[in-house]
Design a protein around this ligand. Structure first.
Ligand code: BGC
Length: 245
C-alpha cells in the first residue's frame, strides 16, 4: 500500500509516495525550498506544489516542526508565528484537495524508526531525539508514542536546551565536535535523569556523522544509536500516520 508523505522542514519541504510495507519511498522524493518567512499560506502553496509534482490522489500525511493537536498547530519555535493556533488540517487539506493528517516532525520520524529502523522491536522507554535547527523528541513506551513531547525546550543551565545543543548551535557558534558533544552529553544526561530510557535514537541530518560525536559521549547510561532512516524518516512516518499505523 502507498500513501503520500510530506516533511515540512526549516530548509526544505519534501515529499514522496511511501511504500508502507517496505517503509521506504516508492519514488524519488521532490523538494522545494522553504519560503522565508514560512507563513502558513506560503508553506501551504509549497506542500501543494510537492503533491502536484506526483499528481497524487489520496490520503496525505504531513509533518510540522511544532506541537500539533487534532490538526491544529500550537507552537512555532522555528517557523513563522502565524502557525500558532492555525487549523493546519483545514488549510493544507483544502489547498491539496485531499484528506490530510498532520503530526509533529520528531513524532513522525520516531514512528518510522520504531517500525523500520533503529527502534524495531524495542520495548520499554525509548526516546528519539532529532538534532537539527531545533531539537525534536519522540517518547515511546513499549512501542507506543506519547505525542508532542517537547524535550528540546527543557531548560539547561538557564537556557532553552535546543539553543545550546542543536546542530544549528554548533554551526552558529562554530563549535568543535568535542565541544558540541559535551553539550549534547549534558543534555542527554538531563533527559536521562527525567525518563531513564533504555535507548536513545539520535536523528537529524547529523546522525550520518554519528561516528564523529557519539563516541565522545561517555557518561550516558542508556544505549545510544544513530537513526537508520535518516533523511526520509519524517516522510515515511507522516505516511504511516495518514494510514493510521
Ligand atoms: C519544536 C519541536 C520540533 C523540533 C524539531 C522544536 O523547536 O518545538 O516541535 O519537533 O523543533 O523540528
Amino acid at each position: 500500500m502507498e500513501i503520500f508523505g510530506v516533511d515540512i522542514g526549516g530548509s526544505g519541504i519534501k515529499g514522496a509516495p511511501v511504500d508502507l510495507d517496505r517503509g521506504d519511498l516508492a519514488q524519488e522524493r521532490h523538494k522545494v525550498l522553504t519560503p522565508h518567512p514560512a507563513t502558513p499560506d506560503r508553506v501551504a502553496d509549497c506542500v501543494a506544489e510537492v503533491v502536484a509534482h506526483f499528481d497524487w490522489q489520496g490520503p496525505i500525511g504531513i509533518t510540522f516542526p511544532g506541537v500539533v493537536t487534532d490538526g491544529v498547530t500550537r507552537t512555532a519555535a522555528n517557523v513563522d508565528k502565524g502557525w500558532i493556533d492555525t487549523d493546519a488540517r483545514a488549510l493544507l487539506g483544502e489547498r491539496v484537495g485531499q484528506p490530510v493528517t498532520i503530526l509533529n516532525d520528531a513524532d513522525a520520524a520516531g514512528v518510522a524508526e520504531m517500525t523500520f529502523g533503529a527502534g524495531r522491536g524495542r520495548k520499554g522507554t525509548v526516546i528519539m531525539l532529532t538534532l537539527g535547527t531545533g531539537i525534536g523528541s519522540a517518547l515511546f513506551v513499549d512501542g507506543r508514542l506519547v505525542p508532542n513531547t517537547e524535550l528540546g525546550h527543557l531548560e539547561l543551565h538557564g537556557h532553552d536546551a535546543e539553543k545550546r545543543a542543536s546542530t544549528k548551535a554548533k554551526e552558529d557558534e562554530d563549535l568543535s565536535w568535542q565541544h558540541w558533544a559535551h553539550r549534547v552529553q549534558k543534555y542527554l544526561l538531563h533527559v536521562e535523569m527525567l525518563f531513564s530510557p533504555e535507548l536513545f535514537i539520535i536523528g537529524g541530518g547529523v546522525s550520518r556523522k554519528a561516528d564523529k560525536f557519539l563516541p565522545l559521549i561517555e557518561k550516558v547510561r542508556a544505549e545510544m544509536v544513530p537513526a537508520e532512516l535518516q533523511n526520509n524518516a519524517g516522510i515515511v512516518g507522516a505516511a504511516m500516520a495518514a494510514a493510521g499505523r
